[in-house]
Design a protein around this ligand. Structure first.
Ligand SMILES: NC(=O)c1ccc[n+]([C@@H]2O[C@H](COP(=O)([O-])OP(=O)(O)OC[C@H]3O[C@@H](n4cnc5c(N)ncnc54)[C@H](O)[C@@H]3O)[C@@H](O)[C@H]2O)c1
Ligand SMILES: O=C(O)C1=N[C@H](C(=O)O)CCC1
Length: 251
């Protein structure tokens, strides 16, 4: 049995996870944290994380970047491992995540789905073939109109996978509107689309002369992220300080 504190419990992801855990005999949400306290979840909700006095094995986080600094401090102070799923963190926050992982276990992943985490591995192999052959690489992501960060954390993580396999030779380009010159070979373009209720789409395009290879992942519901986050929580219970990712969970 893993005891969970759900950070961002009254948001979209927090509510999907609340539903999934309710049907899981091996997991229990013992407390929630959210600045909005507008529903009965069947567990206590704290509007300030520092007021939470409930002990847990792990914190699952789907909240907002602005909440991450206090979350990290809480995890270190109470020695509670953190599954960190919020995206759009600043460079300073990413540095703080690394620093805190020396003191408590942190599993950070911009996308908890099996599909995206498998795609990251496949892209490394593809990039090693298509990059030396001179193919241009572009990523297009699409999400719902409530998303605040752009590009998505997943698009950046996919780009990082490719760049790592290619000796970090690519520079990410997010906007070509002010540039009047041809595309450089060392650019990796990342474009974001926002609209309606799109759960999450990511396309990675390798465009060569007279042929195009596309990898596409579509999430049809938020459950794919929620299930992965609960599995990550079970994995992280009792783990020593350090940085972990979904590859550690999936194997
Ligand atoms: N890693 C993944 O697989 C994955 C999947 C989906 C979403 N996300 C990310 O998770 C985050 C949340 O997504 P969502 O769709 O549930 O958003 P949401 O806006 O529906 O929910 C966020 C919740 O966090 C709460 N919150 C905001 N500030 C807070 C604070 N200071 N302290 C405590 N709670 C606070 C809000 O009140 C809200 O209830 C986003 O960053 C999103 O990109 C990651
Ligand atoms: O709905 C969101 O917001 C999502 N955010 C993550 C990201 O930024 O990559 C994962 C997909 C859904």
């Amino acid at each position: 049995m893993v005891k969970i504190i759900m950070h961002g419990c009254n948001g979209k992801m927090g509510q999907v996870i609340t539903g999934i855990v309710a049907g899981d005999p091996d997991a229990e949400i013992v407390a929630g944290i959210d600045v909005v306290d507008n529903r009965d979840n069947g567990y206590p909700v704290f509007t300030d994380i520092d007021a939470c006095d409930v002990e847990a094995d792990v914190i699952i986080d789907f909240a907002a970047a602005v909440a991450v600094d206090k979350l990290l401090d809480y995890g270190v102070r109470t020695q509670t491992p953190i599954v960190l799923c919020t995206t759009g963190l600043s460079d300073e926050q990413l540095a703080k995540v690394k620093e805190c992982s020396a003191k408590v276990a942190i599993l950070k992943s911009a996308n908890m789905s099996l599909g995206i985490n498998t795609l990251m591995k496949l892209l490394k192999d593809a990039a090693k073939v298509f990059s030396p052959a001179g193919y241009d690489i572009e990523i297009v992501e699409k999400h719902h109109n409530q998303k605040v960060d752009a590009p998505s954390g997943t698009a950046l993580a996919l780009a990082d996978s490719i760049n790592e396999a290619c000796n970090e030779q690519y520079e990410y380009v997010y906007d070509r509107s002010q540039v009047r010159k041809k595309r450089d070979k060392k650019e990796l373009g990342i474009s974001a689309v926002r609209g309606g209720t799109i759960v999450g789409e990511h396309e990675v395009i390798f465009a060569g002369i007279d042929e195009v290879i596309e990898f596409k992942h579509t999430a049809y519901s938020k459950s794919v992220f929620a299930k992965g986050a609960v599995e990550a929580g079970k994995f992280l219970k009792g783990k020593p300080a350090g940085m972990y990712d979904m590859a550690d969970v999936i194997g």
